[in-house]
Write a new protein. Sequence first.
Length: 387
Amino acid sequence: MTKKFLAWLLALVTVFGLVACGEKRTEPSAPTEATKPAADRKELKPLLELRGELPALKSREEMLDTLQKEVYGYMPAAPTNIEFTSKDITTDDYCNGKANRYSIVAKCTVNGQEFAFPFSMVFPKNTNGKVPFFMFIGFTKGPTSKYQSTEAVIDKGYAIIYYDYQDIASDDGKFDNGLSTILYPDGKRGDTDPGKVAMWAWGAHRMMDYAQSISDKLDLNRSAVCGHSRTGKAALLAGATDTRIQFTYSNESGCAGSAISRRKAGESIARITGTFPYWFCKNYKHWAGREAEMPFDQHWLLASIAPRKVLVGSASKDINADPLSEQLGCLAASPAFENGFACDVMAVAGDAFLQGDIGYHLREGSHAFTETDWLRAIEFIDYHTAK
């Protein structure tokens, strides 16, 4: 064989190994607490003060009530009954033989009617004892997704339970499918009735129900809900409204997610409610252009997760989400946590502030859910559960 042919063959084998779980593997940046000396950074507190006076934190119950009334709509009730059926659909080459994949169906009784939806679980092989796990509000029901770094997560000993968010409710203005059909039999919503974000969060709670049903395999003390962009908003709402979930990771959730709304750059309430009004309750649009008058802001959502743990992820070029407003959300929510936000300066790309019960990391790049983001979330969970 020629050297040229051998090089080609090696490259081919490498590519097939990398995509066996459906994604291209990339090496994350090395963990760091600060890539630039603090003396060269802008302090966060004055930047937060420029946003105007933020509403003071209140009790978790008061904050969640206001957020549901004014932003998301009140969460749908938990099912009166839920049953699960599971099937092993592992193939020999899945995840390079490192994991089993299961197809699961949840059959729920909601408002006296049956609602069923599918989801999946990827479980690492050759494990000892219970494993930590993510519940990912995902974008596909299949084994591959550009947002789901399955093999990297499996290599860290974590399981992933995930579903296609549109199997709960379609991502459009229609309320005649999925869970919407049961909640709104006539297709009409009241001002405080749940929008799609709340329904997707409800789906994450059902994954937690499933996790509890196999608690002999999963470590419930290391349970984490996560999502990206619109499902990052849903992940925050799911974590805030379900105290069974110990960790929440929101990746680039931006407006109506982790970002402070007052004087936010990029996407605003006016823009998001004009483009995606069905994500929220009808009341939310009334605050478009009136952010300074709101009796709440998004730091309330982050604070409602306390005393459990939450990590917020941003990307340096994600102008719509506005990384600074997301970091300021962490700072404003910090007093709610026993160990608050461990950062007082503006982050630069590559930073990861993980020691506090509310953490933050800023990745170089644009709007995406990358392997680096998944590994940061794992690093955060491992740090706080190793104590």
